[in-house]
Design a protein around this ligand. Structure first.
Ligand code: MG
Length: 187
């Protein structure tokens, strides 16, 4: 299968680092993110938070470690004959940093697509994606509505009830099991 994979919160464990750095910057002590739009929790404008990200982008993209099990999970999927296409909402300007992060962590990254402020659904259709691994439920719903099964990696900010077509997974091991059930011929 051709599998679409998100990066932040799925491959790169970005949010704990971003939360730590935002707490430091804004002088707060917010323990976890329950809203994907972090500016809400910090009670600042999106512009203000975007400025913080732009100013500190190299640190914020390079510091995070991989999500536990992600590197091994990608290797398993490749061994089982799947194709991995990363589809991220990062901007094309962040390509060099993103590729450098993957290379440093020795994680496969042949195809990385950057939507910026565009739609992941367009890439899902254009690239013939057959399953998707995501952590943001708004994207998960839009992709599932195209008939593409989505595996949603559980997070503090995606606790709403899920519609059909989206499977909540609590680990990369659960994601692998779900994909093996979806595509048993690759076992
Ligand atoms: Mg994400």
């Amino acid at each position: 299968m051709r599998i679409g994979v998100d990066i932040d919160g799925v491959i790169s464990d970005s949010y704990p680092i971003w939360l730590q750095e935002l707490n430091r910057h804004y002088g707060k002590n917010i323990p976890f993110i329950d809203d994907y739009n972090m500016h809400v929790a910090f009670d600042v404008t999106t512009e203000d938070m975007n400025d913080f990200f732009e100013t500190n982008i190299e640190r914020l993209l390079m510091m995070p470690e991989p999500v536990p099990g992600a590197k091994e999970g990608i290797e398993t999927l490749l061994q089982e004959g799947h194709e991995i296409i990363y589809i991220t909402a990062r901007t094309p300007e962040q390509k060099d940093l993103t590729v450098r992060w993957f290379a440093l962590r020795e994680i496969h990254h042949k195809h990385v697509l950057f939507t910026g402020f565009g739609s992941k659904v367009d890439f899902v259709k254009e690239w013939g994606i057959e399953a998707f691994i995501e952590d943001y439920q708004v994207n998960a719903k839009l992709i599932a509505e195209c008939g593409v099964p989505v595996f949603l990696l559980n997070a503090s900010y995606n606790q709403e009830e899920l519609p059909p077509g989206i499977t909540r997974c609590h680990s990369w091991e659960e994601i692998i099991t779900g994909i093996q059930e979806l595509c048993p011929k690759n076992l």
